[in-house]
Structures are given as C-alpha cells and as structure tokens.
Write a protein that binds this ligand. Structure first.
Ligand code: MLT
Length: 389
C-alpha cells in the first residue's frame, strides 16, 4: 500500500498556533457561542481608502500583470528608504539595503535558510512569534530559547546563553515592541545585543512590525538607529499593522547589504516577488504623512483602556501595554495558561491565546489582542466584569 511519510522537519514542528485556534473558534461558533475573538493580531480596521484607490488603478495597468522584480520595484524600495529616513532618521541605500517581502512572515521564515546549516543554533525569544523557532527548525538548525521574564522587563539576558551555544549560534531573533509581552526596548538593550552579536559573529534579525503602535510619548526605536546595528543585522517591517494591510501580504527587510542579498538569493529560488499592484499601493501607504498613524493609536488606546477597566473589575493584576495591540495577562493562581483561556471562553465567550503557545516561558499568561472592533471590545470588557475566578 502507498504510504505517505512526512519529513522529520514537518513532524518536529507543531501545528501553527493560530490555525489551531481557528479550529476552536469554529467549534464554539457551531455550538452557538457568541465568540469575541481576541486571538490573532489581525487588524479589523479597513485599509485606508487612498491605498485602496491606488490599488484599483494599479490592478488595471497591464504593466503590473507580469512577474515583478525579485527584490521589489525600485520605486517601492525608494519609498521604504524615505519612510525610514522620515520616521527613524536612518539612511538606507534602496539598491542594496532594502528588499520587499510577501509579508514579513515570509522573510522571517526564509532568512535562516541563508545562514543556518544542520546543527547550528538560532537564538529565539521565549515567548515569541512562533515563526522564529519554526524557521530555524526548517533550516535544520536548533532553536535555543531566551526566556523573556517580567523581572527583566521582558528583555532576554544574553549573558545567560551558555558559551558552547554562543559559539554555534548564527542568528538572534529580537522583536520590540514585543509580541506577545508588549514590552519595548531602549537603546541600551540594543547596544548590548549588538556588542554580544559582534563578539560571537551572530546575525541580529530584529522584527519591528509594531513600532507604530505605542501609547506614550516615547516612540519605539528602529534597531538600525543604534550605532553598529547595520554591521551585524537587519530589521523586518510589515505594512500589516501600520496600514491595516495584513491580507495584502507586503513587508520588507532593511539593513546590512550582505544579509539582504543572501535573503534575496533564497527568495529568487523560491518565489517571484510581490505583485506590482500591491507594491504601488504600498508606496501610497509609505508616502502618507507620518501623523496619520496617530488615529490608529487613538483607536487602540480607547480599546486598551476599555479592556483594562474590564480586567480591573476581575481583580486580576495586569500591566497596561506600553506598545503593540496586545495585553499580556498573568493567569490567576491555580490555572495553567490553557486552563484559564478555556475558563474565560466557557464563562464569557472571549477567546484568547494561551501564552504557552508562544513558548515555554509564556506558560502562566494569556494574550489578548485588541484587533476586534471597539464595540466588541466594549462587550468583552462588560463580560469580564462578571467573570468569577
Ligand atoms: C500574532 O497574532 O501573533 C500575529 O499577528 C501573527 C502575524 O503577524 O502573523
């Protein structure tokens, strides 16, 4: 009989966290539960209308129907460089230091193929976006978790990485503002990370998808603002969260030209670039006045305040997020992450992500995403008020 034998690679990797959660959601809805979905960070707000108008025009243009450039249209790469200059005062060469991605997830997933050989280590924040770990496994590497602990402000303690692992590590993934903990990182932390990686010849891949979602005056940094960053690393960015374009699949990586070129080499062998009409819409997004993202922050601020007031009524002690649209909530004594997420779902219909889905150090937490409508968040806050622990 014909036997389908999956690779070791795929057997080693757990099912994708949010695909599993989708199944739970579908089951609950089928049972008639009015589910409030606070799981995946998938913005509910529409893409701004000027971006959509540009897309309508661009899709009609036959010149956009052919294969795009592998590394992105020159005009899009220039728009990225200008956006970085305006937002972070970081200078980028659009020819060599920018690559356009089919969403930053795609670039993150492919990057280790360029740098990890069998048995090499990749350093991964724990808890963290599941793709960091998976991409290292897919490349034949070994993920080494860096616990992000509350007492360290959810920054990894790089001094704790054992010497033998440092010597065999090729990549370090970082992500600030952080998913799922919502922590931010200052210049000092990035300086330490750069020094550590320079000493051990480790490439830094900083995922900066959430830099535009913040709640105080202190704007999150680009890692490339810090001296020496471009020597050791690259930064990933996404249009998904900043411009509500998650479904469009467009992002980019910027920084060290050799690292960018290596990622490009992988991509030329795997994909054929991002649809040109989407890139033209992306240019419109990046050319918007930076102040436009303020409206977005105000919406998330209102939602954050609503959910925090609902949580206060439960008696749970939760720190409000400084950035991102995630609330990282320690579960009450006596519950695991999964047990508390289930309890919350059963009592209130609120679906959240158990923290252990982001790695072992996420055990003891759940994550709430503020990407449901403000009305639904208001309803969630009301339901929380009646939660018994
Ligand atoms: C999340 O919910 O962690 C992220 O939104 C998922 C993603 O960006 O792919």
């Amino acid at each position: 009989m014909f036997r389908i034998e999956k690779s070791r690679r795929i057997k080693e990797v757990p099912p994708y966290l949010f695909a599993e959660i989708d199944k739970i959601k579908a089951e609950q809805i089928a049972r008639g539960v009015d589910v409030i979905d606070l799981t995946i960070g998938d913005p509910d707000l529409p893409t701004p209308s000027d971006i959509i108008s540009q897309m309508k025009k661009s899709i009609e243009d036959p010149k956009n129907h052919a294969y795009p450039s592998y590394i992105g249209m020159p005009e899009m790469r220039q728009a990225v460089a200008k956006w970085y200059q305006n937002r972070f005062k970081v200078k980028l060469d659009p020819e060599t230091e920018v690559i356009i991605l089919i969403g930053s997830k795609e670039g993150i997933a492919h990057l280790p193929l360029a740098f990890i050989d069998n048995g090499d280590y990749g350093l991964v924040p724990d808890p963290g976006y599941p793709v960091y770990k998976t991409s290292i496994l897919f490349a034949g590497g070994i993920p080494h978790f860096l616990p992000l602990l509350k007492e360290n402000h959810y920054l990894p303690d790089l001094d704790k990485v054992p010497q033998a692992i440092r010597n065999k590590s090729k990549l370090l993934f970082l992500n600030y503002p952080n998913n799922p903990t919502s922590a931010t990182a200052g210049k000092e932390f990035f300086e330490q990370a750069i020094a550590f990686c320079r000493n051990h010849n480790i490439i830094i891949c900083h995922d900066a998808a959430y830099t535009e979602i913040y709640f105080n005056e202190k704007k999150p940094l680009s890692f490339l603002e810090v001296e020496g960053a471009k020597e050791v690393g690259i930064e990933f960015h996404s249009l998904s969260k900043t411009f509500n374009m998650a479904g469009w699949r467009i992002g980019f990586a910027v920084g060290n030209s050799e690292i960018i070129a290596a990622l490009g080499q992988i991509k030329t062998n795997i994909d054929s670039g991002c649809f040109k009409a989407i890139q033209e819409a992306g240019i419109t997004a990046l050319q918007k006045d930076l102040s436009e993202t303020k409206k977005l922050r105000e919406i998330y601020q209102e939602r954050k305040d609503l959910i925090m007031s609902g949580l206060k009524k439960t008696g749970l002690e939760v720190e409000p997020p400084a950035a991102t649209f995630y609330v990282w909530l320690p579960v009450p004594d006596g519950y695991t992450s999964m047990e508390f997420a289930t309890h919350l779902l059963n009592q209130t219909g609120i679906l959240t992500t158990p923290g252990n889905g982001f790695g072992p150090s996420g055990e003891g937490f759940i994550r709430m995403s503020l990407t449901a409508s403000t009305e639904r968040i208001k309803e969630a806050a009301n339901r929380l008020a009646s939660l018994s622990l």
